[in-house]
Design a binder for this molecule. Structure first.
Ligand code: C2E
Ligand code: CA
Ligand code: CA
Length: 656
C-alpha cells in the first residue's frame, strides 16, 4: 500500500514538474519571440524616422549616393547626426548597392567594396520591394552595443530609387525594457494558466488520492484484523489451505498453534473492555515477536489467536514455539497502570498428520487447546486422535440433552431416605436420569455439567421441580421429597418463582419439599444467593447442604445460613466397615455439630449393614444408600410406599 502511494505521489510530482517546465519554457519562448519582434518593429520605426530626417537634411543625398563627396554643409550635418539617440552609425549605398558613405569613417572611399547584393541579398532587395529590412545583431562592447538593429531603408527621390540607407540602432535598452514588460506579462500568464489548471488538477489529485487510500484501507481490512493488524480468520484459513496444499508436494511440515488467553472473560468483565482490548493488542505484538518470519499469525476473534508455524523439522521446534508463546503471554504487562499477567494455553495440530485442510487442523488444534486448559492452563498440548473421539462423544451427548430438554425425554428416579431410628421411609431424593437411547441411562454426574455449560440446566431443573412436586403430592402426607438444585438455577432463572409455582400447581405442602444445594453455590455472589435462599425458606421449604465435607468452606457456610439439614458425603462411609475409629470420630463430630446448630443430619452412601449400624449408634437422623434402596422409577416407588404403609414388618423395598 505504501509503495503504491509513493509511486503514485512521485508520478504526480513528475507530471506537475513537466507541466510547469512546459509552461515556463513556452512562456520564455513566447516572451523571447515577442521581444525580438518588438525590437525589430521599433528599430524599423526609428530608422524610418531617421531616414526621412536624413533625406530632408542632406540636400545632396542623391549626389553622395552617386559617389560624389558630400558638400561641406552635408559633412557638418553628418558629423552632428552621426550619433543621435539610439543611432550610433549609418551607411549610405547607391541604388545599385555600392557602399558610398559610412558615418564614422567619412574620409574613406568605398568603390572597391563588394556590392550589397553579394554579401546581403535580403538587404539589397529593399530597393525592389520598397520595404525596410532589419537584422537584429549581438555586439561586443565597447565596439558595438550588446544588442543592436541594422535596418536597411530604400530612399526614393523624384519617383526613382535613389539610395539605400543602413541605420545602426542600439536596441539594448529597448530589448531590456520589452523583456521586462513581456516577462511580467508572461509570468502572470503562466501563473494564471497554472492556477486555472493547477487548482482543479490538485483538487482532483487530492480526491483521487483520498479515494485510493480508502480503497487500499478497505483492501487491507478485508484481510486483516482492525484491532491488532494480524491476519483475520478468512485470510488465515485461505493462506493455510494454500500452504498445506503446497506442503503436500514439498513434504514441508506445518504446525498450527491455537492460542487462547486464560480467564480473559473474567478480566474483561472485571476491568472493562478497554483494558481487554489493550491486552489483546499487546498479546498480538508478542505473538508476532515470538513467531518466525514467514509464519502466519492471525486473530480469530476475541482472545483467540493462531500461528501457522512453517519449516518444522522436528517436534522440538514446535514445542519451542509453544513454550515461547506461553512464556511471553504469561509475562507481566502493564495496562492503564495495572499490572496484569493473563497467561495463555496452546493447542497444537500438525499438518499433514492431523488434518488435510485448514479447517480440520484448526478444529484439532482447538481440541488440543481444550486439553491444555483441562490440564490447568498456562501450558500446551498436542492433538491426539483420542481427543477427536471425545469430541464426537461430547457432541452426541449434547444432542441427547437438547432433544431430551425439548421433547420431555428425561426420567426422574427416586431414592428412599430412611429415618435411622425405626428404619421407616421418611422421603425420597429425586435423581435425574437421561436415557442413552440403548436402554440404559447416562449418569447425571456426566450430563448435568454439560447441560450447565449449554445453558439448559435452569430449564431442566424447572422440569425436575415440577415433576418431583407432582409425584410427591400423590404420596402419603408424611413423605417428603428432596430436589437437587444447580447453582445456575440461582443465576440464570428466578428460582423462587419456579418453586412457588411448582408448589401451587402440584398442591404439595411446602414442608414436604426439601432443596439440596452444594457449597459451590455459595462461592460467588454470596449475598444475592443468601437472599434467594431466605425467600425460599420463607415459603416453608427446607434447605439442605449436600455433599457436606467435600469442599473447603462447608463449615463457614453453616454459620452464614440456617440450613435445615446437612447431608454428609458418602466418602466418609467407606472406612467405617474396617472399624476405623477415626472415621467414626469425625462422623460423630459432624453429627454433633449439626445438632448443635439445630440441623438434622443425613448420611449418604450407606451400602452395608455395618455402616447403617454405626450411624444409628451415632444418632444420625436419616440414612440414604444402596443398603436401603437405589434410585428407582416412579412406579417402583409407589410399590415401595404401599408396602410401607401396608400392615406387616416395616422394611424398605430394594429397587434395581
Ligand atoms: P447427589 O446429590 O450426591 O446424589 C446422590 C448420588 O449418590 C446419586 O447418584 C445416587 O444414586 C448415589 N448414591 C446413593 N446411594 C449410594 C450408595 O450407597 N453408594 C453409591 N456409590 N452411590 C450412591 P446419581 O443419581 O448418579 O446423581 C449424581 C449426582 O448428580 C447427584 O449427587 C447430584 O449432584 C446430581 N443430580 C442428580 N439429579 C439432579 C438434578 O435433578 N438436578 C441437579 N442439578 N443435579 C442432580
Ligand atoms: Ca443430593
Ligand atoms: Ca450428595
Amino acid at each position: 500500500m505504501h509503495r503504491f502511494r509513493l509511486n503514485y505521489d512521485c508520478s504526480f510530482a513528475a507530471a506537475i514538474l513537466l507541466v510547469s517546465a512546459l509552461l515556463a519554457g513556452g512562456a520564455y519562448w513566447v516572451v523571447d519571440a515577442s521581444v525580438e519582434r518588438m525590437v525589430r518593429k521599433d528599430a524599423e520605426a526609428a530608422a524610418l524616422g531617421w531616414g526621412r530626417y536624413l533625406a530632408s537634411n542632406l540636400a545632396d543625398l542623391e549626389q553622395i549616393a552617386a559617389g560624389e563627396a558630400p558638400s561641406p554643409q552635408s559633412l557638418r550635418f553628418i558629423e552632428r547626426a552621426r550619433v543621435i539617440g539610439q543611432i550610433f552609425r549609418f551607411k549610405l549605398f547607391d541604388a545599385s548597392g555600392q557602399l558610398r558613405l559610412v558615418s564614422d569613417d567619412l574620409g574613406k572611399r568605398w568603390d572597391n567594396e563588394p556590392k550589397l547584393a553579394i554579401h546581403n541579398p535580403a538587404a539589397a532587395a529593399v530597393m525592389t520591394t520598397g520595404q525596410p529590412y532589419t537584422e537584429i545583431k549581438h555586439g561586443k562592447p565597447p565596439l558595438r552595443p550588446p544588442l543592436y538593429a541594422e535596418t536597411y531603408l530604400p530612399v526614393r527621390m523624384g519617383g526613382r530609387p535613389a539610395a539605400i540607407v543602413e541605420v545602426y540602432l542600439n536596441q539594448t535598452d529597448k530589448q531590456a525594457l520589452f523583456h521586462e514588460h513581456f516577462a511580467l506579462a508572461g509570468i502572470s500568464l503562466a501563473i494564471l494558466t497554472a492556477l486555472s489548471f493547477g487548482v482543479p488538477g490538485c483538487a482532483l489529485y487530492l480526491r483521487s488520492r483520498q479515494k485510493n487510500r480508502a480503497d487500499a484501507r478497505a483492501r487491507y481490512l478485508a484481510h486483516h484484523d482492525a484491532m491488532t493488524d494480524l491476519l483475520n480468520r478468512a485470510t488465515f484459513v485461505e493462506r493455510l489451505d494454500d500452504l498445506v496444499a503446497a506442503a503436500r508436494s514439498s513434504g514441508e511440515r506445518i504446525a498450527v498453534h491455537s492460542i487462547d488467553l486464560d480467564n480473559f472473560k473474567d478480566l474483561n468483565d472485571a476491568l472493562g473492555h478497554d483494558v481487554g482490548d489493550e491486552v489483546v493488542a499487546i498479546a498480538a505484538q508478542r505473538l508476532l515477536a515470538a513467531a518466525d518470519e514467514g509464519d502466519l499469525v492471525a486473530r480469530l476473534g476475541g482472545d483467540e489467536f493462531v500461528i501457522a508455524q512453517r519449516r518444522v523439522a522436528h517436534f522440538s521446534d514446535v514445542e519451542a514455539l509453544a513454550r515461547r508463546v506461553v512464556a511471553t503471554l504469561c509475562g507481566p504487562m502493564t495496562v492503564r497502570g495495572r499490572d496484569l499477567a493473563p497467561g495463555a494455553s496452546v493447542g497444537i495440530a500438525l499438518a499433514p498428520d492431523d488434518g488435510a485442510t485448514a479447517l480440520a487442523l484448526l478444529r484439532n488444534a482447538d481440541l488440543a487447546l481444550d486439553a491444555a486448559k483441562a490440564a490447568g492452563r498456562k501450558t500446551f498440548r498436542a492433538f491426539e486422535p483420542a481427543m477427536d473421539e471425545q469430541l464426537k462423544a461430547r457432541l452426541s451427548l449434547e444432542t441427547l440433552i437438547r432433544e431430551a430438554t425439548e421433547c420431555d425425554g428425561f426420567d426422574l428416579f427416586f431414592q428412599p431416605i430412611v429415618s435411622s431410628g425405626g428404619g421407616d421411609i421418611a422421603g425420597f431424593e429425586a435423581l435425574l436420569r437421561l436415557p442413552d437411547g440403548a436402554g440404559g441411562f447416562i449418569s447425571p454426574t456426566v450430563f448435568v455439567p454439560v447441560a450447565e455449560e449449554m445453558g439448559l440446566i435452569a430449564r431442566i431443573g424447572e422440569w425436575v421441580l415440577r415433576h418431583a412436586c407432582r409425584v410427591a403430592a400423590t404420596w402419603p402426607e408424611h413423605l417428603g421429597v428432596s430436589v437437587n438444585l444447580s447453582p445456575k438455577q440461582f443465576s440464570d432463572g428466578d428460582i423462587h418463582q419456579v418453586v412457588k409455582s411448582a408448589l401451587r400447581e402440584s398442591g404439595l405442602n411446602p414442608r414436604r419439599l426439601e432443596l439440596e444445594i452444594t457449597e459451590g453455590l455459595l462461592l460467588k455472589n454470596t449475598e444475592a444467593v443468601l437472599e434467594q435462599l431466605r425467600a425460599l425458606k420463607a415459603e416453608g421449604v427446607s434447605i439442605a447442604m449436600d455433599d457436606f465435607g467435600t469442599g473447603y468452606s462447608s463449615l463457614s457456610y453453616l454459620m452464614r445460613f440456617p440450613f435445615d439439614k446437612i447431608k454428609i458425603d458418602r466418602s466418609f462411609m467407606q472406612d467405617l466397615d474396617a472399624g476405623d475409629g477415626n472415621a467414626a470420630g469425625i462422623l460423630r463430630t459432624i453429627i454433633s455439630l449439626g445438632h448443635l446448630l439445630k440441623m438434622s443430619v443425613t448420611a449418604e452412601g450407606i451400602e452395608t449393614a455395618t455402616q447403617a449400624e454405626v450411624l444409628r449408634e451415632l444418632a444420625c437422623d436419616y440414612i440414604q444408600g444402596f443398603h436401603y434402596g437405589r434410585a428407582a422409577p416412579e412406579l417402583d416407588v409407589a410399590t415401595m410406599v404401599l408396602k410401607e404403609i401396608a400392615p406387616g414388618p416395616a422394611a424398605a423395598g430394594r429397587a434395581a
